[in-house]
Design a protein around this ligand. Sequence first.
Ligand code: FAD
Length: 465
Amino acid sequence: MWYNDGRTKIEIIMKTATIVGAGLAGSLWAVYLAKAGYKVTLFERRPDIRLAEIQAGKSINLALSHRGWEALRAVGVDHHVNELAIPMTGRVMHSIAGELTYQPYGQEGQAIYSVSRGGLNAKMMNLAEKEYGATIHYNMQCTSGNLDEGIVYLTNKLTGEKTEHQSDIVFACDGAYSALRYNAFQKLDRFNYSQEFVADGYKELLLPANEDGSYKLDKNALHIWPRGRFMLIALANEDGSFTCTLFMPFEGDENAFDKINTKSEIETFMKTRFPDFYDMCPDVVEQWGTHPLSSLAIMRCYPWTHGKAALMGDAAHATVPFYGQGMNASLEDCHTMGRLMEEHNHNWEAIFKAYQEERKPNGDAVQELSKHNYLVMRDFVADPDFLLQKKFENRIQELYPEKYLALYSMVSFSSIPYAEALKKGMEQDVYMKTLMKEHDIEALMNDGKIDDLIHRIFKDKLVVN
Ligand code: FAD
């Protein structure tokens, strides 16, 4: 590895780097750069989250999977995150009647992990600052930049003072609504940009722990209440609670945010659509009233680099959260940029060119995958044919792991580039649907004969795609 090969940090000349945004991508990228010997300065719009009091009901978590872990592992900081991570080995679907159906995510021993956003961010900021010497300036809002000169323009949010900061390289890690993208990249000739708000919004709700601190649901699963055009999901927090998210259209029929306003409308909606959840969460009506309704958007743009600056994470490829991959893709950007930094021996012109050529197709693919998985979570996980296909695929994967990797496994348990996973996954889906038409898979499973069929088909097959 480039940072671990015995070289004294920077044999190369000491370079300065500015990172705008100390969120998930920015704080990890600071560790990468500082470990490689760069003098790193981060500017963050918010106050220091490590000093802010965590308010009840404000605990937000994310699903961390293989790509995110690999990005952490590559700079040796994964063990700092282990203690925050709650493994989720599969989905538990909750029907209206309260029946539970479990669907494993992958093979025995595979899991995705529920991790506190604030906890992960604070850990990375500590490492960047205290272990590797990066400097973080808080309450400093970037307003724009000069990409050719490596300058960022800043406003101190407490004093209103305006300053600028120049360095050898600049990274915009300032999220979906990136100011550097909006006010600098988007002013460039031939810079493409599009923004697509999906029809659905989301509201976060907190399912508290039992009085003795225990969990009300299985903490080692991601819980889904799929209801067709809307759904509720829940991921465990370390303190026994679950952070739950209701996704639903802003406008529409009776199941839309604009139709549910009064206390009695909220109560009726929750009681009839999510009865088991309603029984466990007595203050859901109050929470509905006080928790904000947020929107979701996909942002596409290109090029991702210009002059001395690059876009990373959501600033480059913000997506909807339905595959649980936005953060993972953002951390993978750091991993890729770190690898390219070594391959191109800190020649930033070459690194930026290779970075955007390699990552842009994957950014596009993660956005497609996220849109597709919305349908999977909302509709298909309650569809018996879909569940049967998943069971069939799981069994194929168990028997012939070297020949068949289901799409979910490619995305969540491998580093296969997103674009390749998307293409392969779509081809496999067509193939699976053909097999399901040609054979009575359900009967074969019930009769214990499914393995015979799988062996017949896959024994001499090379690779499925
Ligand atoms: P951010 O985490 O948004 O960080 C940007 C940082 O920049 C922030 O600290 C911000 O304060 C700062 N900033 C912004 N503007 C400025 C400025 N002008 N000047 C200075 N600083 C600035 N992803 C997953 O992988 N798994 C999940 O389960 C998952 N669940 C999600 C659920 C929801 C409801 C949502 C909305 C997203 C979810 N995501 C998930 C996506 C994930 O949150 C993002 O992809 C990830 O946060 C991107 O990281 P980032 O560092 O690029 O941006």
